[in-house]
Design a protein around this ligand. Structure first.
Ligand code: FES
Ligand code: FES
Length: 160
């Protein structure tokens, strides 16, 4: 099958790859670019474990065809920590013990960051609604929500 040449950026770095027309962004990230933070839980847009942003828009990378990111900016969980420093969301997930097996955690973090980038002061209800598409089978959601609210407060404080 003829492959399609794709030029994009991933976590700020220019990236080129060859993709089959039906290959997903998730497959390319994990299998070709070896960015294995994004997980495949369902492969059908139901669990959020594969969440990434494309041009700042939160998407399930299992539902995005790899050729669709031509010329766009892809950000994955690997792009969240900066200069060896954890993002406040990552730090708060640790402090609140908001993870157990960790399979859902990259997706929850990417989704939470997308929320706080758009809405720095969400209510608890808004956090719960926003994260409703990210399923966790072991931790439950209260610690996750507390971690996101705490990180939001810290980020707001840092902006003052
Ligand atoms: Fe993409 Fe579940 S693997 S939503
Ligand atoms: Fe295990 Fe969420 S921590 S699925």
């Amino acid at each position: 099958m003829t492959k399609i040449h794709v030029s994009t950026s991933v976590n700020g770095d220019p990236v080129e790859f060859l993709a089959e027309p039906g290959q997903t962004l998730l497959d390319i990230l994990r299998d070709e670019l070896h960015l294995t933070g994004s997980k495949e839980g369902c492969g059908s847009g139901d669990c959020g474990a594969c969440s990434v942003t494309v041009d700042e828009r939160l998407v399930c990378s299992c539902l995005v065809l790899a050729p669709e990111v031509e010329g766009r900016r892809v950000t994955t969980i690997e792009g969240m920590a900066q200069g060896g420093r954890l993002h406040p969301l990552q730090q708060k997930f640790l402090e609140h013990a908001a993870l157990q097996c960790g399979f859902c955690t990259p997706g929850l973090l990417v989704a939470s960051k997308a929320l706080l980038d758009a809405n720095p002061d969400p209510t608890e209800t808004e956090v719960r609604y926003w994260l409703a598409g990210n399923l966790c089978r072991c931790t439950g959601y209260d610690k996750v929500v507390r971690a996101v609210m705490d990180a939001a407060a810290e980020l707001r404080q840092a902006r003052v």
